[in-house]
Design a protein around this ligand. Structure first.
Ligand code: GTR
Length: 364
C-alpha cells in the first residue's frame, strides 16, 4: 500500500480533507459509462505497453494489496502452475498495490473486459449478485474452519456461479480473516461506543447498514484514501483484519483496535467473462483447477501472515481491546432480515450455517 501524503491535522486541513476525500453516505454504484470507457482505454493501454492483447497468452490480474500480500502471492502461484501445466500456453501477470486503480474500478474494468482477472473482497459484489451478500453477513461464520468448509462446499460453488450472469467467472475464494473495528482513540467495547463515530466501510450497501444498525455513522470510501481520512479526522475509524490493518499502516493513525470480529467476508478471484469466452474447454479447465489449487497455498500464507501481523501490532503502539461480542450479535440481527429477502437467499444462509454444525453438536 502506498503511504498517503502527510498533511497537518488542523481544523483547516480537516475541512479541506472533507472536500477532497470521497465521503459519501451511500456506496457508489458498480458499473457505469465511465468504467466502460476506462475499461476500453485500459485494455488498449496495456496492449500498447506490451502487457497483453486479447489473444495474448498472458492474463492480467489486479490486486489492491502490496506485492508480498498473501492474495497476490497466491495468484502468482496460480500463474506459475498455469504456465507449467499449459506448457507455456497461458500465464498470469499480477499488478499489485492498486497500480490499475481502486478495487471498484478494477472490478468494473474486468466486467467490461479491459482486464482479465481481479482479486477483490466479496463485499462490493453484492451490488450485482444478491448471493454475494451472504458470506459477508455479520457473525455468519463460527470460525475460520467453518468459513473454509462452507466456501469449499456447495454454498461456495453457488455464490461463485451467481457471478457469471454479471460478467464475472468466480474462480475461487481466499481468506479475508475476521474484520474488527479500529478508531483513532476510542475502544469499541459495546455497540453504543460507535455512537457519534464516522466509520469508513467498503463500497457495500450491507456494510453501511451494518454500521448504522450498530449505531455508528457509516462512510463508504476507497481503501487507498482511508489512511489520510483517518489521519485528518474525516473518519474516526474503520474496520479490517490484522494483515490489512498492518499493511495499510492504518494502525499508525487509528491505534485503538477492538476485537469485535464482526465479519469474515472472504476475498474472491474473478475473471472477465469476455476473456473466458475466447478460451477453449481445456484452458478453462486448467484455469479453474489452478485457481482452486492456489487456495491451500494462500491459506497457509494467510495463517502465517495473520499471526505475524498480530504479533507485530501487539508489540507496536496499538491498544488492543477485547469486547464481549454478544451485544453486537444481538443488535446487528435486523441486517440479516434486510438482506435475506428471498427464500433462496435465506436457504443459502441456512446451508452455510448447517455446514459442520452437526459435528459440533454431536447430532450425527
Ligand atoms: C481488505 C480486503 C481488500 C479491501 C479492503 C478494504 O481486507 O482484502 O480487498 O476490500 O479490505 O477494506 O477496502
Amino acid at each position: 500500500m502506498r503511504r498517503q501524503t502527510v498533511q497537518r491535522n488542523t481544523p483547516k486541513a480537516r475541512a479541506h480533507a472533507r472536500h477532497s476525500c470521497h465521503i459519501e453516505k451511500k456506496p457508489a454504484p458498480l458499473l457505469n459509462r465511465r468504467a466502460a470507457t476506462a475499461g476500453l482505454a485500459m485494455g488498449a493501454g496495456l496492449s500498447l505497453l506490451g502487457c497483453g492483447g486479447q489473444n495474448d497468452r498472458v492474463l492480467r490480474s489486479a490486486d489492491a494489496h502490496p506485492a508480498d500480500y498473501p492474495t497476490v502471492l497466491a495468484v502468482n502461484e496460480m500463474g506459475r502452475q498455469l504456465e507449467e501445466r499449459s506448457g507455456g500456453r497461458l500465464a498470469i501477470k499480477t499488478y499489485a498495490g492498486a497500480q490499475l486503480g481502486a478495487e471498484k474500478d478494477a472490478l468494473e474494468i474486468t466486467i467490461f473486459g479491459g482486464l482479465d482477472l481481479t482479486r477483490v473482497s466479496i463485499a462490493p459484489l453484492s451490488a450485482i449478485a444478491a448471493e454475494a451478500v451472504v458470506p459477508a453477513l455479520p457473525f455468519l461464520f463460527r470460525d475460520t474452519a467453518h468459513m473454509r468448509a462452507a466456501l469449499d462446499g456447495a454454498p461456495g460453488e453457488q455464490i461463485l456461479a451467481a457471478l457469471e450472469p454479471h460478467g464475472l467467472i468466480g474462480l475461487c475464494f481466499y481468506d479475508g480473516g475476521a474484520r474488527s473495528f479500529y478508531t483513532r482513540d476510542r475502544a469499541i467495547m459495546a455497540p453504543e461506543d460507535l455512537k457519534g463515530l464516522k466509520i469508513r466501510v467498503m463500497n457495500s450497501d450491507m456494510f453501511v447498514s451494518m454500521v448504522e444498525t450498530l449505531g455508528g455513522d457509516a462512510a463508504p470510501m476507497p481503501y487507498g484514501e482511508v489512511y489520510q481520512g483517518l489521519m485528518q479526522g474525516v473518519v474516526d475509524g474503520a474496520e479490517n483484519n490484522w494483515p490489512s490493518y498492518e499493511s495499510s499502516r492504518h494502525f499508525e493513525v487509528a491505534p485503538a483496535y477492538s476485537l469485535t470480529q464482526h465479519v469474515m467476508a472472504p476475498e474472491v478471484l474473478v475473471m472477465s467473462v469476455k476473456r473466458w469466452r475466447k478460451l477453449g474447454e481445456e484452458d478453462r479447465r486448467l484455469i479453474r483447477d489452478c485457481a482452486k489449487d492456489s487456495v491451500p497455498f494462500m491459506r497457509a500464507l494467510w495463517d502465517e501472515r495473520s499471526r505475524k501481523a498480530e504479533a507485530h501490532l501487539r508489540a507496536a503502539n496499538v491498544e488492543i481491546h477485547t469486547p464481549d461480542t454478544e451485544a453486537f450479535v444481538e443488535k446487528v440481527r435486523p441486517v440479516w432480515d434486510k438482506y435475506l429477502t428471498t427464500p433462496a437467499l435465506r436457504k443459502l444462509a441456512d446451508d452455510i450455517q448447517a455446514v459442520g454444525a452437526s459435528k459440533e453438536t454431536g447430532d450425527v
